[in-house]
Design a protein. Structure first.
Length: 335
């Protein structure tokens, strides 16, 4: 068992299910921290979204969830090809064919989430994993918003990662699923050029860049790449690529002409990069800063005097069984 990731409220561990002989990633979250920061709704929404994800090839899905008195446990798909962030840090940029392949799999995943009324809101290289074959899987659904099925459904919560925030979020306007297409543009830009499009170490300056500065594109990108970036990174959502036709509009862009979408979604297209993992326990593509951290017994040990937390997360626990269909329908209906 090893630490393979870390977040604001917990850590992610590599673990093996003894009876199934299956490797999983287990996300362990501290209940007290969740309640202290008023994040309970986000955690429960993440659990719901993860159940939906089992039906799509490019989304990390939930296999089990359970809880102790003081912790929540998500048992998730394990992808040991590493974070896109890890690979980008080492390689600086990706060639256009590789970036197109990744952007296509992201587009497929976002299109599926949107069809389920879910806006992702936190697309960034740290939340994009590679599996052992080199296909992508989106992870970390704590900022997802459910119940937004079309452009008339909006929300106003200010959330996301600063480098990837859409202008309408910064302007504190009601926003919809178009924020995800902005984020796709930002991630594609970063894959091609090495940094997010309006990056500055000064956050106030970066926000001003996002809101007011023109998009700067380097001459080494193809005309198709430049055009899709201009479309996805339109500061006004009404002119942004994907506003009218959603994922199908994005998929039909000339940049994606080489992509045969049914083959892509069936994983019949060979990924342009192979992580070259030896087996399920190979962690060579996981950032050593996580792997080298020592695991403490507190991961499984329960704290005392936490009875007040036990009723705070009713409905969190999940195990596959005969009530899955009914449970999934209840989730979709918001019950």
């Amino acid at each position: 068992m090893k630490i393979i990731g870390k977040g604001s409220f917990g850590k992610v561990y590599l673990a093996k299910h003894i009876l199934e002989n299956q490797i999983y990633a287990i996300k362990v979250v501290n209940k007290q921290m969740i309640l202290k920061h008023n994040e309970k709704n986000h955690i429960m929404s993440e659990r719901n979204v993860l159940l939906h994800n089992l039906r799509h090839p490019f989304l990390v899905g939930l296999h089990y969830s359970f809880q102790s008195k003081d912790k929540l446990y998500f048992v998730l798909d394990y992808a040991n090809g590493g974070e896109m962030f890890y690979h980008l840090t080492r390689e600086k940029v990706f060639d256009e064919n590789r970036a197109r392949f990744y952007a296509a799999e992201i587009t497929s995943a976002l299109g599926y989430l949107h069809s389920e009324g879910i806006v992702y809101r936190d697309l960034k290289p740290e939340n994009i994993l590679l599996d052992s074959s080199g296909h992508l899987m989106l992870t970390d659904f704590g900022l997802c918003k459910e119940g937004l099925y079309d452009s008339l459904d909006t929300t106003t919560t200010f959330c996301g990662t600063p480098e990837y925030l859409a202008p309408e979020v910064l302007r504190k306007e009601p926003y919809d699923r178009c924020v995800d297409w902005w984020c796709l543009g930002a991630v594609l830009y970063e894959m091609l050029f090495g940094l997010p499009p309006f990056f500055s170490r000064d956050r106030a300056e970066m926000y001003d860049n996002i809101l007011n500065q023109p998009l700067r594109l380097r001459s080494n990108a193809s005309p198709e790449a430049r055009h899709i970036l201009e479309g996805l990174l339109s500061k006004e959502k009404y002119t942004r690529l994907g506003f009218i036709g959603g994922a199908e509009e994005v998929k039909s862009h000339e940049f994606f002409k080489p992509i045969h979408w049914p083959s892509l979604e069936a994983k019949k297209i060979r990924p342009p990069y192979n992580p070259m993992v030896k087996d399920q326990l190979d962690v060579q593509n996981i950032d050593p800063i996580f792997i080298e951290e020592q695991i403490t017994s507190s991961v499984w040990r329960q704290s005392r005097d936490l009875d007040s937390f036990e009723d705070s997360f009713q409905g969190f626990s999940y195990a596959p069984g005969r009530n899955n269909v009914q449970q999934a329908r209840s989730i979709a209906a918001g019950r």
